[in-house]
Design a protein around this ligand. Structure first.
Ligand code: APR
Length: 308
């Protein structure tokens, strides 16, 4: 069965997503943006490269929401990214307006889609999308945890000079400075991180993980990370489309899990054909639960500023 994937936002992340979807032949790709020419130009560039990698994927660039009609998956990067010195929270006002507009159009054209929001501030943007669209909460989620956990893994592997594939890590909480990397649950080939690295080194890795997005921005100066967010969202889309039921950390709607109700925040969740099929509850110690509660307060204070 041919699946249709719509990308709302044809900027840096949207462009990498479109490339990867086509190279991996995940489905038919529609790249949408409000700026004329950009989605069409990026689509044409990708189309011309596909014969080289022997991919028969279909791709179209558009400024017309009608083209996303009936999409199975919608991935949203529309909005503005951070520049040096900005926090994700600084994007709130501008991006709320964008997400409201996007949600109304996605609702009209692709009412059965599984939606992955990437626009920041992430947890508040997912919340906004779900409220405006009225989509079932299990069909709307946010991409952050896969990326934050990947950053944690990458920095552990760098420090230990070992393969990233032998490191497993989870980051919970909001996608901001209050995110909660969990060293106690990080495993290096089955061994707890706390047994293989000193507390000082772990603390440095945790801090670098929390600020990894900012580190990229300070270097790029013109925008924020775009390859790693795209690859992370792709993993989530693939788990849904192929019913892989992978356990992936993402911004999921909580209905009492972790003692939280009525908000989107980063937790591990099973993603399969049913969307967010289950929130996985990790047993947190009191310190970790306290950090998660603090992160929830940061998410709540943003959500409270949005008038829907
Ligand atoms: N509808 C659709 N697209 C829009 C809208 C809108 N109302 N407003 C802006 N866009 C488009 C822009 O034209 C641009 O092409 O969204 C795209 C955003 O792309 P970039 O500026 O390159 O940003 P990117 O790096 O892709 O990040 C997008 O993801 O990680 C987050 O913080 C990041 O919020 C940012 C988002």
């Amino acid at each position: 069965m041919n699946r249709k994937i719509a990308l709302i936002g044809a900027g840096n992340i949207g462009g990498v997503l479109a490339q990867q979807i086509c190279i991996n032949q995940l489905g038919e790709c529609v790249l949408f943006d409000v700026v004329e020419g950009v989605p069409q130009g990026k689509a044409l560039d990708i189309l011309a490269g596909l014969p080289v990698v022997r991919s028969n994927a279909k791709i179209k660039g558009t400024n017309d929401y009608k083209d996303i009609e009936g999409s199975d998956v919608v991935i949203i990067t529309a909005g503005i990214p951070r520049k040096p010195g900005m926090t994700r929270e600084d994007l709130l006002d501008k991006n709320v307006g964008v997400i409201k507009q996007v949600a109304a159009n996605v609702k009209q054209q692709a009412p059965n889609a599984f939606v992955i929001v990437i626009s920041n501030p992430l947890d508040a943007m997912v919340y906004t999308f779900q409220k405006i669209s009225g989509f079932p909460t299990n069909k709307v989620c946010g991409m952050a945890g896969v990326l934050d956990s990947a950053r944690f893994c990458a920095f552990v592997a760098l420090e230990m000079n070992i393969a990233v594939t032998d490191v497993e890590a989870t980051v919970l909480g909001g996608h901001g400075d209050t995110m909660v990397p969990l060293p106690r649950l990080c495993k290096v080939k089955g061994k707890p991180l706390t047994e293989v690295l000193s507390a000082e080194k772990i603390s440095k890795i945790v801090e670098r993980t929390k600020k990894a997005g900012g580190e990229v921005i300070e270097l790029l100066k013109t925008g924020s990370a775009f390859v790693s967010p795209a690859l992370s969202a792709l993993t989530m889309a693939e788990s849904y489309l192929k019913d892989q039921k992978r356990v992936l950390p993402c911004a999921a709607y909580l209905n009492g899990e972790y003692g939280i109700k009525g908000y989107y925040i980063g937790v591990p969740a099973v993603i399969g054909a049913g969307g967010i099929e289950k929130v996985v509850e990790l047993k947190l110690n009191p310190d970790e639960q306290k950090l998660l509660d603090t992160s929830l307060q940061a998410v709540k204070s943003l959500v409270d500023q949005i008038h829907l």
